[in-house]
Design a protein around this ligand. Sequence first.
Ligand code: TMP
Length: 235
Amino acid sequence: MEKLNLLYEGKAKKVFTTEDADVLIVDYKDDATAFNGLKKGTIVGKGAINNRMTNHVFKLLEAEGVPTHLIEELSDRETAVKKVEIVPLEVIIRNFSAGSFAKKMGMEEGIKFLCPTLEFSYKNDDLGDPFINKYYALALGLATEEEIETITKYAFKVNEVLQKYFDSLNLDLIDFKIEFGRYKGQIILADEISPDTCRLWDKDTHEKLDKDRFRRDLGNVEDAYKEVFKRLGIH
Ligand code: TMP
């Protein structure tokens, strides 16, 4: 399978068309941004780690009944995926307080919740991805009620599977963001699951092993990505 034309370039990935109208090739970059692109940098080796980690995790999720856009890993950085229409909602699940939640609620980070939370952001860079609820999404026609139900069900399932999986790697899944797409009338998981889009803390030391090291200038950014990748055991 070969790249034809550049369809879209995002902050962390390029997306190319192929000869098959239903198939795209995603090419993961080492570029990193934070705060809606205000902070820019490079995390050497990130593209390959995020590509391979996403595919590994998507395979686990497929086996547990969550459909994904994954078709085939083509190289360290490139993957063939089903061409979806992205639902413009960022779906965020949290198991522990951290980040914007901790700030908003005036809480310290790392407090385990009684049950997971789910929230939506409207995927819109000009607006800085504002927090919205299901009723905003319905009123604006961002998704149908049935789609939101499916997305919610899959998001909690992803959390269940990933919490167990990361636990086995001695990592706490603090929170994560996922995106879904429409493909031939079905909702499927798209985008990526990586240290860019998850907060992962070592269970014993509580060391942050994710993009917060870049966002907050904590140092050892590359090492954190490598450590997560090493624990996946996919060489
Ligand atoms: P938050 O605490 O900043 O709202 O982030 C929640 C989770 O979502 C965290 O795991 C990081 C992830 N995330 C993204 O993947 N992309 C984003 O643009 C933001 C703001 C957060």
